[in-house]
Ligand binder design. Structure first.
Ligand code: G3P
Ligand code: MG
Length: 250
């Protein structure tokens, strides 16, 4: 079954309009007509897979310290919406299972980015994939991605038939051996940041016969340019704006 990538993926839900990586953000993305969402998953201290981007709590919750230092019992009570706006106060950090319930109810596709806290790379992938394998069966609309090769190695081992997206860091140059890395991990897609998304690199990835995915694109003009270069899919905080501004025929 082929991977059915949409042209636009809601980044952390639709995080221009609702607090990132919350159920509210996922619902907002769905209400805007977004086909897929991207979410980040990591583990609490006691091994519960939660939807969260940062290693630390301060930016997106009213908690303090490292996520990895707190059990789910503490994390579950935090407010993950008030930082964003009063109308979202009371929003919670979702577990992966909470998020999947909403994604399935809203009939969304998912790019699950495995985002381990340092030192828990293997375990995070194992726990997340275990949950996924119990709950998810639409492989055409699921992409497991990570910046951490070891997480994708676990995915290759545990769920070889699921599509894997190899993420490359926007703050570093594209490694010269990127083709070897993608091949070794049997990656289905190559996911790059907009800083390194030159026409030349995009064309190289197309020549390598992999779909190109670029994060995080919120500027319609840039989205159109990347589309013209041959980019297949873009992550956006405002997926509705980007979808409306892409050329309909590609
Ligand atoms: O997967 C695309 C994007 O989410 C990667 O960067 O830091 O937003 O997780 P980040
Ligand atoms: Mg992410």
């Amino acid at each position: 079954m082929p991977l059915k990538l949409p042209k636009v993926i809601g980044h952390r839900g639709a995080c221009a309009y609702a607090p990132e990586n919350t159920l509210e953000s996922i619902i907002t993305a769905a209400d805007l007509g977004t086909e897929w969402v991207e979410l980040d998953v990591m583990l609490s201290k006691d091994g519960v897979p939660i939807i969260m981007h940062d290693d630390t709590l301060e930016r997106t919750t009213n908690g303090f310290g490292n996520v990895a230092d707190h059990d789910w019992e503490y994390l579950r009570d935090l407010d993950a919406g008030a930082w964003y706006g009063d109308s979202f106060s009371g929003a919670k950090i979702p577990t992966l299972e909470d998020a999947l319930d909403v994604i399935l109810a809203k009939n969304l596709g998912l790019n699950l980015e495995i985002k381990p806290t340092p030192g828990r790379e293997k375990e995070t992938a194992e726990v997340a994939l275990d949950v996924m394998s119990r709950i998810w069966d639409d492989h055409e609309r699921l992409l497991i991605s990570s910046f951490q090769p070891v997480c994708l190695e676990v995915a290759l081992d545990m769920a070889p038939d699921w599509y894997r997206g190899v993420l490359f860091d926007d703050d570093e140059d594209m490694p010269e051996n990127w083709r070897d890395i993608v091949e070794y991990l049997d990656g289905a897609t190559v996911n790059i940041g907009k800083k390194i998304a030159t026409r030349e690199l995009i064309e190289d990835i197309i020549d390598f016969e992999k779909p190109v995915m670029v994060y995080t694109i919120n500027d319609p003009q840039l989205a159109r340019q990347l589309q013209a270069f041959g980019v297949d899919s873009m992550f956006s905080n405002c997926p509705d704006v980007i979808a409306q501004n892409l050329m309909k025929v590609h």
